[in-house]
Design a protein around this ligand. Structure first.
Ligand code: GRF
Length: 218
């Protein structure tokens, strides 16, 4: 018997292009995760409209309308429980969650960050990468821990920094890499092919020739 697909929620705050890449990858019949719900903390997030158009249950839960952070997170937990979610993918989700929430999803919640962690945590990663003069930039998918942009690295993709790059052009190149990396890492992780020991992960074996570290030709 084949393993059941991991029921996966995606949390967004805006455009949702990484969400799209996960949704599109998960359409493959043999993909080991299915996207069962999309939640946005911003009611005006363009991504929520797209998800609804695809027929995916998509909810706007405006954090400003809840009396406390605990109440907001409690409602999210209720939706995740009702959708029988196994894995949570943060994709441009711009709310920091409490340690209690994060710990309740320990080793079951992934995030994508637009830099090669542990360099350039936080915001404005591309401008800071250019300022630092790095020759490679990229993106990281990692397990979420209570500290921002911390947690075991599951996979990374590197792209070159070109001489005339601006934060915008570099950001576009990194985003194209994000759209390749996140579906690939979710595939490996949901299939149980990545093990985590302390702060380090390793690939048990590859699936469909996928690897968790690469430099895409983009
Ligand atoms: C991406 O660059 C992601 O790495 C970061 O926020 C951005 C979200 O973009 N965490 P999108 O909403 O997925 O298009």
């Amino acid at each position: 018997m084949t393993n059941p697909k991991k029921r996966t929620a995606i949390l967004i705050s805006g455009r949702g292009s990484n969400m799209k890449s996960l949704v599109e990858a998960a359409r493959r019949p043999d993909y080991p995760a299915e996207i069962v719900v999309v939640i946005s903390n911003r009611p005006d997030a363009p991504g929520i409209v797209w998800a609804k158009d695809q027929g995916i249950p998509a909810l706007a839960m405006d954090h400003k309308l809840y009396e406390s952070r605990a109440h907001f997170e409690g409602q999210i937990q209720s939706v995740l429980a009702a959708s029988r979610v196994d894995l949570v993918c943060l994709a441009g989700f711009m709310r920091l969650m409490t340690p209690a929430f994060v710990e309740s999803w320990r080793d079951r919640m992934l995030n994508i960050h637009p830099a090669l962690l542990p360099a350039f945590k936080g915001l404005d990663t591309h401008a800071r990468a250019l300022e630092a003069g790095v020759k490679f930039a990229g993106c990281t998918v990692h397990l979420v821990r209570p500290e921002m942009d911390e947690g075991p690295i599951l996979g990374q993709a590197a792209v070159p920094v070109l001489p005339d790059d601006t934060a915008v052009t570099l950001g576009e190149r990194v985003l194209a890499a994000e759209h390749l990396l996140y579906p690939r890492i979710l595939e490996l992780f949901a299939a149980g092919l990545i093990t985590v020991n302390g702060n380090k992960s390793s690939i048990v074996s590859d699936v469909n020739g996928l690897w968790a570290q690469f430099s895409p030709q983009i």
